[in-house]
Design a protein. Structure first.
Length: 148
């Protein structure tokens, strides 16, 4: 199996992160399409890169996923669809857990693949909503993980 390499993202990686974000979100067919690719890029540049520590994952020197963490919150984590099931999400979660004592995140209830990953790494669902509070108006769940 190929080795997954992680590194901090720089502003030169905005296009890479935005591309992974758009392609990964497109696989979440239960979500309404609310934004264009260009709007995704603006979100990545103006929100994620300004507020989060972003770690990029590479397989065979190709970017295949990222995680954006801000003050103990996983704001976004996405794996490029061509790399599902290759350990990329596992590497990103382990990396985030290694440098945080507690992590929280929101996940759509219908995102079964992501929920299974989070639960496998000790995240517990602590709040379930009907989606009224998120932009997509789609039911979600807040997960919390604590070291030890």
């Amino acid at each position: 199996m190929e080795k997954i390499v992680l590194r901090n993202a720089s502003r030169l990686d905005i296009g890479i992160v935005a591309g992974v974000f758009t392609r990964a979100r497109a696989t979440l067919t239960f979500l309404p399409e609310l934004h264009t690719q260009e709007e995704d890029r603006v979100f990545v540049r103006e929100v994620l890169f300004k507020t989060c520590r972003i770690r990029l994952a590479f397989l065979d020197k190709r970017a295949c996923g990222f995680i954006a963490v801000e003050n103990g919150w996983i704001r976004q984590m996405h794996v490029d669809p061509g790399h599902f099931g290759k350990g990329v999400g596992t590497a990103l979660i382990r990396d985030a857990q290694s440098c945080n004592h507690q992590l929280e995140l929101w996940c759509f209830q219908n995102n079964k693949r992501a929920r299974q990953l989070y639960e496998r790494f000790g995240f517990a669902g602590v709040e379930f909503t009907d989606g009224a509070g998120n932009e997509e108006k789609t039911p979600d769940v807040r997960y919390v993980w604590q070291r030890g």
